[in-house]
Design a protein around this ligand. Structure first.
Ligand code: CTP
Ligand code: CA
Length: 229
C-alpha cells in the first residue's frame, strides 16, 4: 500500500511504457505470438500516472482495462511497436520496454489464407529477425537525458546473463525477472533484480507487479536530470 505518502516525483515528466506481446502476422488469420499478458507494463503505467507523469502506454495485444490518465497506443507487430515507441520517445524523459517483442517474424506475409496442400505436407516457415527496439533506442537516443529501461526474463545464471544483456542493449537499467512457478507470465507477482549500467544491483523481493513498478520509477527518478523538459 502506497498510502498517503505517494511521491509526485514524475510530475512534468513524459514517460513511455511498452506492454504486452507482439504478434507477427503470417497470413490474414494467423500470427506468431507469445504469452506476455501486459500486466507488468500496465502496472508501470498506473504507478507513473499516480506519481504525476504524462504516460504513453504502447500496448501490444493486451486484454486489460486502459489505465486511467494514460494515452494508450494499440499496436500489433514488433514493427508497429517500434514506430510507436520511437515516435513517443522523441520528447520523453524515460522509456521502459516491458513488452515481449518477437525476435523473429515470418519473412513473407501471405495476403490470403494459407491452405493445406493435399499430399505435399506443410511448407517450411522462413523467419527473419526483427530490429531490436531497445538496443536501437539506447544507441540513437533522441536526446542525451533520456533514461532507457529494459526487461529480461532469465531462468539460469540470472545475474551473469542480465549483466551481459544490459551491456549488449546499452540501456541504463535492466529489470531481470527471475522466472519461477509463481512469477512472470500471466501472474500478479514478480521477483526481480534491477541492474544499473553504473554497476548497481537492486533486488526486489517477490511481490505485486505494482511494487516492482514503483521500485523501477524510484530508480528512473534518481537518474532524471533536474531540468524539466
Ligand atoms: N527487445 C526489443 N526489441 C526486440 C527484442 C527485445 O526492444 N526485437 C527488448 C524487450 O522489450 C526487453 C529487452 O529487449 O525490454 C530484452 O528482451 P529479451 O528477449 O530478454 O532480449 P533478447 O536480446 O531478445 O535476448 P534473448 O535471445 O534472450 O531473447
Ligand atoms: Ca528475445
Amino acid at each position: 500500500d502506497r498510502g498517503g505518502d505517494l511521491p509526485r516525483d514524475l510530475a512534468g515528466r513524459h514517460v513511455v511504457v511498452s506492454a504486452g506481446g507482439t504478434r507477427e502476422p503470417l497470413d490474414p488469420v494467423r500470427y506468431l505470438g507469445n504469452r506476455s499478458s501486459g500486466k507488468q507494463g500496465y502496472a508501470l503505467a498506473r504507478t507513473a500516472v499516480a506519481r504525476g507523469a504524462r504516460v504513453t502506454l504502447v500496448a501490444a495485444n493486451t486484454a486489460l482495462p486502459d489505465p486511467a490518465g494514460a494515452d494508450v497506443v494499440a499496436v500489433g507487430s514488433a514493427e508497429q511497436l517500434r514506430r510507436a515507441v520511437l515516435a513517443a520517445a522523441a520528447d520523453a524523459d524515460a522509456v521502459v520496454m516491458a513488452a515481449a517483442v518477437a525476435d523473429f517474424r515470418p519473412a513473407r506475409y501471405v495476403d490470403s489464407k494459407i491452405k493445406k496442400r493435399d499430399g505435399e505436407g506443410p511448407a517450411p516457415l522462413v523467419l527473419e529477425q526483427n530490429p531490436d527496439v531497445l538496443a536501437g533506442l539506447s544507441a540513437a537516443r533522441p536526446h542525451p537525458g533520456l533514461v532507457v529501461v529494459g526487461f529480461a526474463a532469465e531462468t539460469d545464471d540470472v545475474l551473469a546473463n542480465g549483466r551481459a544483456k544490459l551491456a549488449r542493449k546499452g540501456c541504463d537499467l535492466l529489470v531481470v525477472n527471475e522466472v519461477g512457478e509463481h512469477t512472470a507470465f500471466g501472474t500478479d507477482d514478480n521477483q526481480a533484480v534491477v541492474l544499473g549500467a553504473d554497476g548497481t544491483e537492486t533486488p526486489v523481493p517477490l511481490g505485486p507487479k505494482e511494487a516492482l513498478a514503483d521500485r523501477v520509477w524510484d530508480l528512473v527518478a534518481a537518474r532524471l536530470g533536474g531540468e524539466l523538459r
